[in-house]
Design a protein around this ligand. Structure first.
Ligand code: HSE
Length: 379
């Protein structure tokens, strides 16, 4: 089987390659690496794989059409341009896509196999070939509350997110750090004086934040370091951001409940000055009253990655933290408790690495599902 990979040097793509190397995935197929800007260059020697080490042109239709599977992290624009062109030329391979471009199309399965392996299997059996990764916040949330949604305990979910800079991309992460560095430089000398006054420091910080140049906030448009932005992605002009809208439609599409009784979903999506983990403060309305210990057990046993953190100060500080989840597949969920004024609702707090379960890992696993079953492309 020949697998074409496009967009593998970007942030999600690099995390994907790291995971594929860790899992030995490259032993199971031949790989052709594509580039949309550096065709003809060599693939890094750090990546051990079977296939040519010369980068193919990401716009070369016949090189792409040789592939049984194309996995792209190149972004929506690339998918919009190349997928229909390849299909029009008769290519019938599998398209695995990190972008949102085709997520809501009828033919597409949004992949999160610990939750929707049966939808993936039936899509494969019926000849569907488009598999897209979901929105990061939705995938991380579903991994966390898997146990409760699996057994249909959830009537509605309301989540307020704390989304990391990584959700915007590599440049956004650098911008966050550049802003932090600039702020620090302005107050460095005051911080080192024992008797400096906090209000002087505070005023300098605020002055710096309010006077970032256009370049210093090119990505986020407003200061993020030491602040937050309660709006992510486009304005749908109906009171919801595109990110919040995705929460509802994608979550239900993954669960297959878009066609039956939906889980009602409400998101408030907030960007915070964190590097790469998305956190969420969640309220769940349950269809029946369950003991908190039973809820924790249901959550904990749902999949191998979710980790219930006891609702205690020390545990929460240590394990319910972006630092604990960052760079790992762990999905900690904690602060699980019944709401004071409505005991049919519970609240919880959960975290997931936006680049792993939120992006690369479901795609990597989808590729292995196809490869391990040796699905031919021409069926
Ligand atoms: N839209 C997400 C964010 C990342 O901006 O954080 C990709 O799912």
């Amino acid at each position: 089987m020949l697998v074409g990979i496009v967009g593998w040097r970007g942030m999600v793509g690099s995390v994907l390659i790291q995971r594929m190397l860790q899992e030995g995935d490259f032993n199971f197929f031949e790989t052709r690496f594509f580039s949309t800007s550096n065709a003809g260059d060599k693939v890094s020697e750090k990546i051990k794989f079977k296939g040519s080490h010369i980068l193919a042109d990401g716009f070369d239709q016949s090189a792409l059409a040789d592939c049984d599977v194309i996995l792209t992290c190149q972004g929506s624009e690339y998918s919009r341009k190349m997928f229909p062109t390849l299909r029009a030329k008769g290519w019938s391979g599998f398209w695995i896509d990190a972008s949102r471009e085709f997520r809501m199309e009828e033919e597409t399965t949004i992949v999160l196999d610990p939750l929707n392996r049966s939808s993936i299997d039936s899509a494969l059996k019926t000849g569907r070939k488009v598999f897209c990764g979901g929105n990061c916040t939705v995938s991380c949330l579903l991994m966390a509350i898997h146990g409760l949604v699996k057994d249909n305990f959830v009537e509605w979910v309301s989540s307020t997110t704390y989304q990391a800079a990584s959700g915007g991309g590599a440049k956004h992460m650098k911008e966050l750090l550049t802003q932090a560095g600039k702020i620090y430089k302005q107050v460095d000398s005051l911080l080192s004086q024992d008797n400096s006054h906090i209000l002087d420091i505070d005023r300098k910080v605020l002055d710096t934040q309010k006077n970032f140049s256009g370049n210093e906030m090119h990505c986020f448009k407003v200061p993020l370091s030491g602040s937050l932005i309660p709006w992510i992605d486009q304005d749908r002009n109906d009171g919801w951001s595109l990110e919040e809208w995705k929460g509802d439609v994608e979550l239900n599409k993954i669960l297959g409940s878009d066609k039956k009784e939906k889980v009602k979903v409400d998101f408030t999506c907030v960007r915070v000055g964190i590097m790469r983990c998305h956190s969420q403060s969640v309220i769940l309305k349950l269809k029946q009253k369950l003991d908190i210990e039973d809820i924790e057990k249901i959550l904990d046993e749902a999949n191998p990655w979710v980790e219930v953190v006891p609702n205690k100060k020390a545990d929460s500080e240590q394990f319910l933290s972006p630092l604990y989840a960052s760079g790992t597949l762990r999905i900690p969920i904690g602060r699980v408790r019944r709401m004071k004024y409505d005991d049919s609702c519970i609240s919880a707090f959960t975290i997931g690495d936006q680049l792993l379960w939120g992006a690369a890992e479901p795609l990597r696993r989808m590729l292995r599902i196809i490869v391990d079953q040796n699905f031919p492309k021409d069926v």
